[in-house]
Design a protein around this ligand. Structure first.
Ligand code: KG4
Ligand code: ZN
Length: 366
């Protein structure tokens, strides 16, 4: 029986999971560091890596216990190798390498964004290719066309802030704490999404790229016009209802931009499906808005449940299981970096894509 142990430490979640046969989640343990970083209004990389060091062993133990297996029963390992905070990634990669080396197990390095996309297969085993995939998180807003397994064509990405980053920065400006996304969604529930006409960025060249920094700046200017940064005792001119309206209007502008890009991309590819993943995909207004747009056009939408949208290790194990099947393994014994090597140029590659005559890194693939 294939039992892949997935490990994820790229940002502020220490996570481990056991996945059976590439699809069945036997355990999925996530230790969040939100409380640790909240007082700083954002993730402090040095603190994140230290906490990963403290948590990785208990999280691994718990993942094995929840799965009802011993370490000796694991058949392969998958670990996030990037993108992410270097010191944080190092913890997961070092632990995965040590286990793989000691137990003589295959180990595969997984791209974090590919992991997010793979989460959709855990919840929707019938999902098939091709699809358009939006990865929308605190670090990324990337739109891909995925015509086949492990083939990713980048269609667009943010030119400045990621969508989740914009939620977090605006949350901080409004004194809502960290992370901003869930707090803004909560406040927005009582607000009017049309109260403030915040801008929706569009590029004159027709690009599908995203931009969120103008929206964030518009919130700053709106607050300045009202005499303060937060509705605290220091800035009494912003009342609770104004706060709710700002949150609802900001959220609506961000959601409109995301939905517009996804729909334009989906229409460009006939018979496509839409997959959305990453922390911002937890947002209920976004989920509803996208659903309302795709349904009349007969486009199937696949958004994993919130626990699989935010960072977790089951998604890493899922993406790793596919890569293991394709045999792009890290040669632990020779101490190569935790990335599969491109068969053409030999360089470590985060993502190998299908190219004419086999697989290749994105630089070598035409
Ligand atoms: O995927 P994720 O857990 O970590 C990264 O890979 O970045 O995403 C975290 C991001 C944060 O920016 C957080 O504010 C955002 O996802 N987020 C949300 C919501 N829940 C989490 N954004 C908007 N609405 C939400 N409900
Ligand atoms: Zn993520």
């Amino acid at each position: 029986m294939e039992l892949v142990l997935g490990i994820e430490t790229s940002c502020d979640e220490t996570a481990a999971a056991v996945l059976e046969a590439g699809r069945r989640i036997r355990s999925n343990v996530v230790a969040s560091q939100v409380d640790l970083h909240a007082p700083y209004g954002g993730i402090v990389p040095e603190l994140a890596s230290r906490r990963h060091l403290e948590m990785i062993q208990p999280v691994l133990d718990r993942a094995l216990a929840d799965a009802g297996i011993a370490l000796g029963e694991v058949t392969a390992l998958a670990v996030t190798v990037g993108p992410g905070l270097v010191g944080s990634l190092l913890v997961g990669v070092s632990v995965a390498k040590a286990i793989a080396f000691a137990r003589r197990l295959p180990l595969v390095g997984v791209n974090h964004l590919e992991g997010h996309i793979a989460a959709a297969f855990l919840e929707y085993p019938a999902l098939s290719y091709p699809f358009v995939a939006l990865v929308v998180s605190g670090g990324h807003t990337h739109l891909y066309h995925v015509p086949a397994e492990c083939e990713y064509r980048l269609l667009a990405k943010t030119r400045d802030d990621a969508a989740g980053e914009a939620f977090d920065k605006v949350g901080k400006l409004l004194g809502l704490g960290f992370p901003g996304g869930p707090a803004i969604e909560r406040e927005a529930q009582g607000g009017d999404p049309e109260a403030i006409p915040f801008p929706r960025a569009v590029f004159s060249d027709g690009s599908l790229d995203f931009s969120f920094s103008g929206l964030k700046t518009a919130v700053v200017h709106h607050l300045k016009g009202r005499g303060g940064a937060a509705p605290s005792s220091e800035h009494p001119r912003i009342g609770p209802q104004q706060l709710r309206d700002i949150c609802a209007s900001f959220q609506q502008a961000a959601v409109d931009m995301l939905v517009e890009r996804v729909m334009r991309a989906a229409r460009d590819f006939p018979n496509t499906r839409v997959v959305v993943a990453g922390g911002v995909a937890c947002n209920g207004v976004f989920r509803q808005a996208l659903k309302a747009e795709v349904e009349p056009e007969g486009i199937q939408l696949f958004i994993p449940s919130p626990a699989l949208c935010t960072d977790n290790a089951a998604m890493i194990a899922a993406a790793g299981a596919v890569r293991l099947r394709l045999a792009s393994r890290v040669d632990v014994a020779r101490g190569r970096p935790g990335l599969p090597a491109c068969p053409r140029c030999g360089a470590p590659a985060e993502m190998l894509v299908r190219a004419r005559g086999g697989v290749a890194c994105v630089r070598c693939a035409p």
